[in-house]
Design a protein around this ligand. Sequence first.
Ligand code: PLP
Length: 451
Amino acid sequence: PTAELQAIDAAHHMHPFTTNDELAEQGARVITRAKGVFLTDSEGNEILDGMAGLWCVNIGYGRTEMAEVAARQMAELPYYNTFFKTTHVPAIALSQEIARLAPEGMNNVFFAGSGSEANDTNIRMVRTYWAEKGKPSKSHIISRKNAYHGSSMGSGSLGGMDYMHAQGGMPIPGIHHIGQPDWWAEGGDMTPEEFGLARARELEAKIEELGEDNVAAFIAEPVQGAGGVIIPPETYWPEIQRICDKYEILLIADEVICGFGRTGNWFGSQTFGIRPHIMTIAKGLSSGYQPIGGSVVCDEVASVIGATEFNHGYTYSGHPVASAVALKNLQILQDENILDHVRNTAGPAFRAGLEGLADHPLVGGASVIGLMGSLPLTPHKESRAKFAGEAGAIGLMCRERCFANNLVMRHVGDRMVVSPPLVITPDEINIFMDRARKALDETWQKADKEG
Ligand code: PLP
């Protein structure tokens, strides 16, 4: 029975980003199975997953062919490592396929078990690169406020979430944060184009403050995901690229959310014309069917790193089962033309649906790219005002109303964010929009009643 499961869960299971009080108030929803874009819970409710889990189940749930590949690989070679000059076929095949799909000149993959681990790899890799090039002072890394790059000490430090830094001594030394290109919340009276340039130029100012001889790399998500689906103004990325080129700063594109079709191309870097030296990958690489991540590295950096012994690696770097499953996932994305579906079918329907919701009195607008989007909630559309009460309270209320209407939408402060499985159909998008509108109506009424 659900109540029994919830009680055991609350007693023994420590949840990420959750308080005991929250669990005591209402037990965690117990998800028992999933198919396509729908989750089923222990009460038999069918919930439309507008978040693809944690932005990762790109090919949708319930693919038995993925289970078959995993079972076959487990029977044949369940584990072997890739340390000390050993390898195996799944890691070989997956690295080749990633290199084939990656932008030109990015032919090298260093595997990890997650996005956090991959970003930890990146910190050590860029510092090692510059040290090997005879410039050990180039060790500082610049990131952005509100970025999310993972939860380990390294990746959490790269991230720009103040509430995460407040616990456990982050950021580690040598990591710096500039503003994010969030025009809606922070653009004031500037046009998006002016604001995009201004925020990009914060990178130049920070490099000059630290000294270009001291800066190793800049890391950013092509579209900030957990920070609220912040789609940068058109002026932003070209200016960032110019600055990185000018000062010889390595550019790390964190593609953990944007990669593998989310923005309509294989990588967000392609959507925005970014030329990274390293890309962080995870999530959509296996569609979440197995934990796996990695760093896709350009030939220049890989040749320098490979010329020395990079004293770094994880027990599960290139794990055979995870690699075989990820390779199958990449095959499915190609065989079923899923990127084309994002660009030409689901993406336009999703955009139309979210833009349709922007007429709701609580919604300030819609930002959409590919199959990710956000709806900022506001008491006043024209001025893009914030709510008078506690920041995020209305967003949380809306998330709860979505859940009550069998829809998963996440809130980032008072912004609702969406990132459904890439296989979502236009009919399912309609179901999404109907449930979201109902949740918004209920939030509006409840917020009004509670003043
Ligand atoms: N980078 C980005 C952009 C992410 O969104 C995430 C996770 O949400 C990570 C890195 C960390 O990945 P993981 O949770 O697999 O460690």
